[in-house]
Design a protein around this ligand. Sequence first.
Ligand SMILES: C[S@@+](CC[C@H](N)C(=O)[O-])C[C@H]1O[C@@H](n2cnc3c(N)ncnc32)[C@H](O)[C@@H]1O
Length: 255
Amino acid sequence: MTHAKLPTPRLVTPPVEPDRLYSDPAPLVTDFSFGSETTKVFDDMLHRSVPFYAEMQRMITEITEDFAADGTNIYDLGCSTGATLLDLQHIDRDVTFIGIDSSAAMLDRAGEELKRANFARPYALRQQDLHQGLEIQNASVVIMSLTLQFVRPLYREQVLHRIFEGLNPQGCLILIEKVLEEETLVNRLFIKYYYDFKRRNAYSDLEIAQKREALENVLIPYRLRENQELLERVGFRGPEIFFKWYNFCGMLALK
Ligand SMILES: C[S@@+](CC[C@H](N)C(=O)[O-])C[C@H]1O[C@@H](n2cnc3c(N)ncnc32)[C@H](O)[C@@H]1O
């Protein structure tokens, strides 16, 4: 298949609030959450905190276009404000989009964004905590971009198992995760380069330090090999790496 239509331009630019969540010193940094305060600044946060975020989204669309099959569902688990769904709306397949997230604030925002962009494809937005179960049916593509890392380790295999069971043969999982490296020296260096990236994107040292503390017990990255072993254990083929930037990795796992 050719991708003459890619990259898909955004029809409407949403209002973007700058992320200043951690700019003031806090006496006690609380755990990071995906509530309304984060939702308001989330698009700015993603673009300034995730290296090559726009390119990864473009790659998700490109890969999805080749795996999507007519009459099936495309799932985005941890769909947040709907950015990925918006990018997918022009893929040339007769599919239904299903966005799942545990955050009501994120889903409200996603609904607004889809309406604002006149999202003209069949879709559903569902509030679901992945710790409490997950129903995947008739899926040709499941996308999990920067979301599995927020699922508690105890539940990750179960979530991936459900995805595998709900995927049709020849379907795929597109998984993007922050990862740890095998070598502690390299791990430290990659994290340093990542914080340098955040500084280049106008985050102060205080913001970086407080966000790091807030994420400490909330975002739990695995080693790349641990992710691959987990995927293989539930039955996926591959998984192939389609993106890697220091401590960020995109994996394509096949059923
Ligand atoms: C980093 S964001 C994902 C970003 C988005 N996929 C993208 O690429 O633009 C993680 C999302 O996962 C959701 N999330 C975190 N833990 C979850 C859980 N246990 N169940 C469902 N959603 C969860 C959060 O509410 C948040 O919207």
